[in-house]
Design a protein around this ligand. Structure first.
Ligand SMILES: [Mg+2]
Length: 274
């Protein structure tokens, strides 16, 4: 979990009288994740839809969700599915709620403390789906930008919720475990692809599916157009309105922007069609 936030002071609730009240930029999104049946239904839909394709994916020896495996003979490789962790299988909205309560931006120290608590709930649909995959003989691999130091707590959290954790291979691949295992995830997907046939990819961010680190919004849209057919069959995306590379791309991946510079970009990204 790592993202830029627009300053708290930028967003104002107009109360209808002369006073205004500042509101945290992620308040509405977090309320939606934590309270709406629509969020629950969407994540359930993603996992139930994936389950409907799982048998075909397993039986077709050339089926792969990984772009670098297309056109290669991968029939002898054992099958896996690869899932991101945060906002894909674990719901960290309580951490976000704490940030809102404290009226603070993302804090990496507070984040590591939350991870160490190991008390995230499961994203709806994820446990049943991964258990089904494991029953079918498919290894479940978790590929996350949580740091290598958090592996014990992360495994504890996943195990307590009933997520499959195969003992035969390292199935929790975290950032920094190896020198080239960066946040881009590309090297780790390549590592998995060398040893396994990747049936499906799951994530809440474009970077969970293809190399999309720090690319422009225009390029993101091009890549989406080129790969639309993967979604709903081999790639399954979970809703995350709170943070992500979409937000970083909106601010051109710049972390030193002034409030005024951010406000200009926010205005440019509102589309009232007037
Ligand atoms: Mg994620």
């Amino acid at each position: 979990m790592k993202y830029l936030l627009i300053p708290v002071t930028l967003l104002i609730i107009h109360t209808g009288c002369s006073t205004t009240k500042p509101v945290h930029p992620t308040l509405q999104a977090t309320l939606w994740v934590q309270n709406s049946v629509e969020y629950d239904a969407l994540t359930t839909m993603a996992y139930q839809s994936a389950e409907q394709h799982l048998k075909d994916a397993l039986e077709d020896e050339n089926w792969s969700a990984e772009l670098t495996q297309q056109g290669k003979d991968i029939s002898s490789l054992p099958p896996v599915i690869v899932l991101d962790i945060d906002e894909t299988v674990l719901d960290n909205s309580p951490f976000q709620a704490r940030m809102i309560r404290h009226n603070s931006d993302y804090d990496p120290v507070a984040w590591e403390e939350w991870v160490a608590e190991a008390q995230a709930d499961a994203v709806p649909g994820a446990v049943a789906f991964t258990q089904k995959a494991a029953e079918m003989g498919i290894t479940v691999i978790y590929l996350s930008n949580r740091t290598a130091d958090s592996e014990t707590a992360t495994r504890e959290n996943l195990a307590a919720l009933g997520f499959p954790l195969s003992g035969a291979t390292d199935v929790v691949l975290l950032k920094g475990e190896k020198e080239d295992w960066t946040s881009a995830k590309t090297a780790r997907r390549a590592y998995v692809a060398n040893n396994f046939r990747i049936l499906m990819l799951f994530g809440d961010d474009f970077n969970d599916f293809l190399p999309a680190k720090k690319i422009t919004e225009a390029r993101r849209n091009e890549l989406l157009s080129e790969h639309r057919s993967y979604f709903g069959e081999r790639w399954f995306i979970l809703p995350n309105p709170v943070y992500g590379s979409w937000n970083d791309a909106m601010f051109n991946f710049e972390r030193g922007l002034s409030d005024e510079q951010k406000q200009v970009l926010i205005e440019e990204h509102l589309h009232p069609k007037q």
